[in-house]
Design a protein. Structure first.
Length: 248
């Protein structure tokens, strides 16, 4: 059996004495999109911060077969993990293109040939960023900032792209564009861990899903099966989905 790209076993993490994650287990195969859905306060962002090394944790996290216990945040970045945080964390006083070039730090440091060529790929994915490449990041719309945050992460050529609530606060049309991009990246073989409150959209693009509630995984399985699970329908997909499921 192939080694999973990401394997999390008995993960505990929190803030001070407040434990948020209590014994979480998760697995992601190479080329998969895995989503973690759940309500506000369930621990979804805590999970990503623990995996990134921003937050102390206990348990075992293995990435591409390597135990990350002693790895710093920078070392995890250099191994090929990229996080697009919920707040995007852009450099607002710098132009779009400079933000993207900063995202190529890993590739530049590892002397990847023609690493700047990744700019062309990002601009092909997000033509609007090319149009605004000289514009200050802080003047972009919410959707454009999200595109820039994803594009910056892709500049490093990550083995694993982690997305924290990419649809949060965006207009429905922009949300559709973002999830279309996730679908495209999936087709290109990019491995993605997607944390998202929009359960319907997340399960449509994912291979496998986990339902996280109050720091524990309460359900998991193939995404298409989770989308038909009565508990998921009732709690996360709404009554319209429940009626449609009943009519089917």
């Amino acid at each position: 059996m192939a080694t999973p790209l990401l394997e999390v076993t008995d993960l505990h993490a929190g803030y001070g004495r407040a434990e948020v994650l209590t014994g979480l287990n998760l697995r992601l195969e190479k080329g998969q999109v895995v989503t973690v859905i759940g309500p506000n306060g369930a621990g979804k962002s805590t999970l990503l911060n623990a995996l990134m090394g921003v937050l102390g944790s206990s348990g075992t996290v293995r990435f591409d077969g390597q135990d990350l216990a002693e790895c710093t945040l920078e070392q995890r970045v250099m191994l090929g993990i990229a996080l697009v945080p919920e707040r995007r964390e852009l450099f607002g006083t710098m132009p779009v293109e400079d933000n993207l070039i900063l995202g190529g730090y890993r590739a530049m440091k590892q002397r990847v040939p023609n690493w700047r060529g990744a700019l062309d790929r990002v601009y092909e994915l997000f033509p609007r960023l090319k149009e605004r490449r000289a514009q200050l990041a802080g003047t972009l719309s919410g959707g454009e900032r999200q595109m820039l945050a994803v594009g910056r992460a892709l500049m490093s050529g990550p083995k694993l792209l982690m997305l924290d609530e990419p649809s949060l606060g965006l207009a429905p049309l922009i949300v559709r564009d973002i999830f279309d991009t996730i679908q495209r990246l999936r087709r290109e073989g990019v491995s993605i861990l997607l944390v998202e409150q929009n359960a319907r959209a997340a399960l449509q693009v994912a291979d496998h899903g986990y339902v996280l509630e109050t720091g524990e995984i309460v359900l998991d399985g193939p995404a298409d099966q989770l989308a038909e699970d009565p508990r998921v329908i009732e709690t996360y997909l709404g009554s319209a989905a429940a009626r449609a499921s009943g009519d089917a």
